[in-house]
Design a protein around this ligand. Sequence first.
Ligand code: KG4
Ligand code: ZN
Length: 334
Amino acid sequence: MKILGIETSCDETAASVVENGRKILSNIVASSASMHAKTGGVIPEVAARQQLKSIIPVIRQALSESGQDKTTIDTIAVTIGPGLIGSLLVGVETAKTLGAVWNKPIVPVNHLVGHIYANWIEQKSEFPALALVVSGGHTDLVLMKDHGNIKWIGGTRDDAAGEAFDKTARLLGLPYPGGPNLSKLAQEYLETNNAPLTFFPRPLSKEENFDWSFSGLKTAVSRAVTNNSNVSKEQMAAETQEAIVDSLTIKSVKAAKKFKPKSFLLAGGVAANTRLREKLASELSSEAKEIAFHVPEAKLCTDNAVYIAAAAFFNYHPTRWQKLSTNPQLTITE
Ligand code: KG4
Ligand code: ZN
């Protein structure tokens, strides 16, 4: 089955063709991030207007690079939420139109569930699986007993992990997108320093739940920047990154030991973070050896349409175009 995936939940306009949920035939991502760099963050109206300009060329390119066309595509998969309403509408209305004109079924996909399916691309993840989804707007830990069987275990009580990266990066004077820029600076520091990084607290880490709180980190970083002019920006970045990575790792390992899944799946834009990938892999292998750790290659962690097509293949619930609508507030278990 060849699925055309469409993803437009935030500032990426993406289309892909994926065969049988695992084989990438094409993966096109156009980003308006450089426009948001000027304003220091995504302005929804600007993102939506850019989606409108990019969507048709991106879909055309995804089809031509895959060697497929409307006659060989079986199904269209599209992100219906969560995300920015204006951006989501561009993808969903385009999918509806193509579904109607080409007479194809459409599979609506939850963006957060989609992220997890990047772990099925050219690899085999087994159930039961614990999945940690860390993105710009969400941080959720879920237990998956099977495709479509998802139970929420814990998550952030305030800011998402990606949001914590982005907002603290801004406090450190780093340009948008904050996460990758902060991470780059932190990695530079880590190359020549290996002293423990314990400057910032890890809230809730001793509590018997699988929740996180990242909002206090902004105040802590802001104070630290003002009061510690002797500490380099690189070190501050490394300390900030470590606080986020450590918090995520502590609860993930705790959950792995409690639920004893066959696999642990890391997903979402923050899963592209080198330190998080390494620390989680290493802690899981020493604390819960029998659990297979999976993480997508970095470019499949950030928003793309490959995992949207993969999620649709493994959760094949097609609908007619008339039934499709966006849901900007969709949660991971809906
Ligand atoms: O999943 P994603 O691409 O978009 C959303 O669905 O939100 O995640 C974007 C988030 C942003 O907060 C971005 O700063 C963060 O992922 N991010 C990173 C890295 N790459 C992306 N955070 C830390 N280190 C990275 N290397
Ligand atoms: Zn995302």
